[in-house]
Design a protein around this ligand. Structure first.
Ligand code: SAH
Ligand code: TYD
Ligand code: ZN
Length: 405
């Protein structure tokens, strides 16, 4: 058993994916043999219930200057963050001369809307190339990992922040105590720290096992975030369930005693109790489902190959690293994956070494089947690629269960 990164309690492992590569490191043939692998295993803390990984990958390996993920590749996510920005401009940032800090701003998908409204702002992100895109969009960005020291430097240079916001990043940070210490150093009195991340409740309900990969060090629930906030001198004062990325939760935390908690906190906690989110048996069932889905996917791909059907992948996601490496799926089963991100095209998936091609390769000619690794963007992708189904093609999904549609 390992020790909980939040409270020091005992962490009970419930699934071991074995040797896995760094999920967002898309390689060239030259890199084969030099890839970094680690043991991807997850467990839950028997004290504070936080779901977390047993081993940590060094942050510089996961988020180098040429980190290839670009948030703005999805029009649904662009709309989501435009709406989110408008919401904060009318609430947390409605006072005189507000200051907005964003942790993990990536290409500026959210930050550019805040800066564009004339609000003082600063993004903090170590991914220099993504940060350059945000800067080209008009935003101010500091290329750095957010932690206590970064926060102190920002506070000294720019003064206190009214809102510290972060999307799909806080759960990536194993050293989260330092992030909370940074938020405490940076926030103005009455300020809020708001973060949204994929939600454990949805991951369990829909068997989204491929949300488990190096970057998702923690899988948050309302219960575990409430305990974590308390431990670090904050209080969870609001929660909102979001439909993005297959199900996410927005958590609002404030300094303890500064804001009364909204009724949604108690409601979601009760829902989590009903859904047995802190029960060991829930994780045992999840582990059984993971193995069953993987077996079925391997069997399906094997029989399609035996029948001489053509199969490709769609979306070179980080999630696909877990699926392809755990299931042993390589170019012999899926000859290529198409992806709209120029930074990924012409490279290969980590560990499984499947070539990545632009979406134009999908139509040239259409395959019989396509495994949708970007299932969280299913609506957007299926609409854009409707000719595929009209030509007789079928999508393969492996969550919540293996099926062709
Ligand atoms: N907020 C965007 C990007 C999420 S990807 C979205 O929701 O789509 C995660 C981002 O967090 C990456 O750009 C990565 O470089 C950044 N990141 C990782 N660790 C960080 C840290 N300690 N401080 C700031 N940014 C970090
Ligand atoms: P995403 O599921 O957001 O992230 P993660 O890597 O965290 O699992 O990644 C979606 C990937 O799918 C990204 O590489 C871009 C690609 N994509 C397309 O190729 N076409 C599309 O229409 C969309 C929305 C995404
Ligand atoms: Zn704990």
């Amino acid at each position: 058993m390992s020790k909980c990164r939040i409270c020091g309690g005992a962490v009970q492992e419930f699934f071991d994916f074995g040797r896995q590569p760094v999920s967002d490191t898309f390689i060239t043939p030259h890199d084969i043999g030099t890839e970094h692998f680690y043991r991807l295993a997850v467990g839950f803390c028997t004290s504070c219930s936080m779901v977390q990984q047993a081993e940590e990958v060094a942050r510089e390996r996961m988020f180098p200057s040429d980190y290839p993920y670009r948030s703005s590749g999805s029009s649904v996510m662009r709309r989501h963050f435009e709406r989110t920005a408008r919401h904060f401009l009318e609430t947390e940032l409605a006072g005189p001369d507000p200051f907005y800090v964003e942790i993990g701003c990536n290409d500026g998908i959210m930050l550019n809307s805040i800066g564009g409204a004339g609000v003082r702002h600063l993004g903090v992100d170590p991914a220099a190339e993504a940060a350059a895109v945000a800067r080209a969009g008009g935003s101010r960005v500091r290329v750095a990992f957010f932690e206590e020291a970064t926060a102190a430097a920002v506070r000294l240079a720019d003064g206190p922040a009214d809102l510290v916001f972060s999307a799909n990043t806080i759960s990536h940070i194993a050293y989260i105590d330092s992030v909370f210490a940074g938020a405490a150093a940076l926030l103005a009195p009455g300020g809020a720290f708001v973060f949204e991340d994929r939600y454990l409740g949805d991951i369990l309900a829909q068997a989204y096992f491929d949300q488990i990969y190096d970057e998702h060090f923690y899988l948050f629930s309302v219960r575990s975030v409430q305990a974590m906030a308390k431990r670090f001198g904050f209080e969870l004062v609001d929660v909102a369930h979001l439909p993005v990325h297959g199900g996410a939760m927005r958590y609002t935390v404030a300094r303890a005693g500064e804001r009364p908690p909204a009724p949604a906190v108690a409601e979601l906690l009760a829902q989590e109790r009903r859904r047995c989110l802190a029960e060991p048996s829930t994780y045992k069932d999840f582990a059984t489902t993971i193995d069953s889905n993987c077996e079925q996917l391997k069997a399906l791909l094997g029989s399609l190959r035996a029948e001489g059907r053509t199969v490709v992948g769609y979306g070179a996601t980080s999630k696909s690293a877990t699926v392809t490496n755990y299931c042993g799926i390589g170019p012999e089963l899926i000859p290529f994956i198409c992806d709209s991100t120029p930074e990924k095209q012409g490279r290969m998936t980590p560990g499984s070494h499947i070539p990545i091609r632009p979406p134009a390769a999908f139509r040239d000619p259409y395959p019989d089947y396509a495994v949708l690794f970007a299932w969280n963007h299913a609506e957007e992708i299926m609409a854009k690629e409707q000719d595929f189904r009209e030509a007789g093609g079928k999508w393969i999904l492996y969550v919540p269960e293996v099926q062709t549609v």
